[in-house]
Design a protein around this ligand. Structure first.
Ligand code: OFO
Length: 168
């Protein structure tokens, strides 16, 4: 049986994961409308990952005999000044997500909910990876700021990303 306070917090996190998916789909559209299809593709894979993150929590809530209550998803931004601006926002967003996951772990410890605390360890590890990946792309974009050729080469690299459902 899922603790009610933890259930409510998990529902909020489900909403935030869906918001993350919305945000990254919006970024994918920004890139595609600027003919950077490789970056657009990368963001679309990121969107798929976020849906996976949300669904994983949904499955967990159901397994614990809890109730999923879907909430309205906030409208994401649509416009950015540059590719670097998009990845700065992406990095900042992932840092916020890391903070939310940490808060959830703190709550589950406080509520003596070891099953949820154990479940959330997967997200702790995932956030370390997400922050590192995005930071690396952000740094490359900083270097490419003066060079269209480098930007187009990076775009080709970004097109190679494939969605592989993360392992449990
Ligand atoms: Fe991009 O992170 Fe979800 O959790």
């Amino acid at each position: 049986m899922l603790n009610k306070k933890v259930e409510k917090a998990l529902n909020k996190q489900i909403n935030y994961e869906f918001y993350s998916a919305h945000l990254y789909l919006s970024m994918a559209s920004y890139f595609k409308s600027n003919d950077l299809d490789g970056f657009g593709h990368w963001m679309q894979v990121q969107y798929e990952e976020e849906i996976f993150h949300a669904m994983k929590i949904i499955d967990f809530v159901h397994t614990r005999d809890g109730r999923v209550k879907l909430l309205a998803i906030e409208q994401p931004p649509h416009q950015w000044d540059s590719s670097l601006h998009v990845f700065k926002d992406t990095y900042d967003h992932e840092v916020v997500v890391t903070g939310l996951i940490n808060d959830l772990v703190t709550l589950s410890i406080k509520e003596n909910d070891h099953a949820t605390q154990n479940f959330l360890q997967w997200y702790i590890a995932e956030q370390v990876e997400e922050e590192a990946n995005v930071k690396s792309i952000k740094s490359k974009l900083k270097l490419a700021a003066e060079s269209t050729v480098t930007l187009l080469m990076l775009d080709q690299e970004m097109a190679k990303r494939v969605f592989v459902p993360p392992q449990d």
